[in-house]
Ligand binder design. Sequence first.
Ligand code: 5AD
Ligand code: SF4
Length: 452
Amino acid sequence: MKTSKTTENQQGKYFLATFGCQMNEYDSNMIGAMLENRGMAATEDAAQADVLIVNTCSIRGGAEDRAYARIAAMKYHKRQRPGVRIAVIGCMAQNHGDKIPASLEHVDYVVGPDNYKELEGLIFSEVAPSERKVWTDQNDFENYEGLMARLDGTVSSHITIMRGCNKQCAYCIVPNVRGVERSRDVESILAEVRHAVNEGIHEVCLLGQTVNSYRTDTDNFAGLIRKVNAVEGLKRVRFMSPHPRHFDPETIRAMAECGKVCNHVHLPLQSGSNAMLKKMRRQYTRERYLEIVAELRAAIPNVAITTDIITGFVGETESDFEDTLSLMNEVRFDHAFMFSYSPREGTPAFGETETLTAEEKQARLERVIEAQMKHTEERLDALLGREEELLIEERSSRDSREWMGKTRCFKKVIVPEVAGVEKGAFVRARISERRGIVLRGEVITQAVPAEK
Ligand code: 5AD
Ligand code: SF4
């Protein structure tokens, strides 16, 4: 969970806690911009805030439990200062709606992802509403065009280019809570990228649930990448998360030809078993996934490939599970986010009786984690001795005299302090050592990024 950054107070303060994915981070920054445009200031101290907002996630049961615990803890602030307004927003707000204020009376507003414009009005209204507390109408067209998220002090700016999802993966709650897919207008995306660059941002990451199905009357994802790549002053372009079903040769060509597009692709796999992929309604096969990986590796030198994996989906046999392990062995992912299947009410798979116990699911999760650890280390070791471009992101969490920077292939590298090198700088570094899953290196030169 991240909390908002502090700035000077003008018209009251807001505290914003964000759970979940980068899309939620972006929405929080968009809401932050709305409030700051009206003169409010962010605070990281909930006890100082006039408005407390929790942006929630519903992707797995654990994410909801954490959000509920955070919201429950805010009762204290309401008791101390009855005038504070408390808003629960995001995917869990959409998912649970009325249930939230019914069980947590101190919550003033429950606002789903299509209703954030209402939130602004609610926060600046004279009195908190006593009647209506829940705003969860879905609006298939709400794209928040014209609004720009605040830049939150990170050197890489995430920019949502499409909202919602038209897939119906059997395990996934996202289409229920985020609605149908809608792509933002190209010009408004480019304006946001240019704004970020003018504010000193060097790297943007384009976001969408299935980011590569982006489509407007004039552009598709490949076309958008080319236009973003052409933005003057921008140095690096990333995107997250593409869906294998939409990974066409045109996109791979655009990635290979656009010098600013980084050599990293996060391509969610979920399972290596064709039977499971079908049951999950993923719309691709193991063979097609492997073909995309081969195409990416042929077109983009040293491309890093990362993924998401779910273990223990309904009906997963030992042999299905081994198919996932064997695919992992074949691809040797640079990194993976691995999850044990969490049934979500309202999803296509919800009614189905689970075939594995929690212990069995956990045991499989541990097996994929162990396999992945080997591959992660192997991929990191492949960088030892090499010279890499780093974008310096922040001080090392272990030692404030060191910096953490990221390679174009999205690997963290720790380097010692060097005169003249600051957050946001590009350097060339020699990778010298791996400690656990963190690389270390020495700065060779400060560098203007070379386009590949
Ligand atoms: N259970 C476990 N993992 C899930 N994910 C999505 N829904 C579930 C679920 N019900 C994972 C997928 C997805 C990532 C964001 O979260 O791997 O790619
Ligand atoms: Fe969920 Fe599937 Fe859409 Fe991804 S593509 S958000 S996993 S439904």
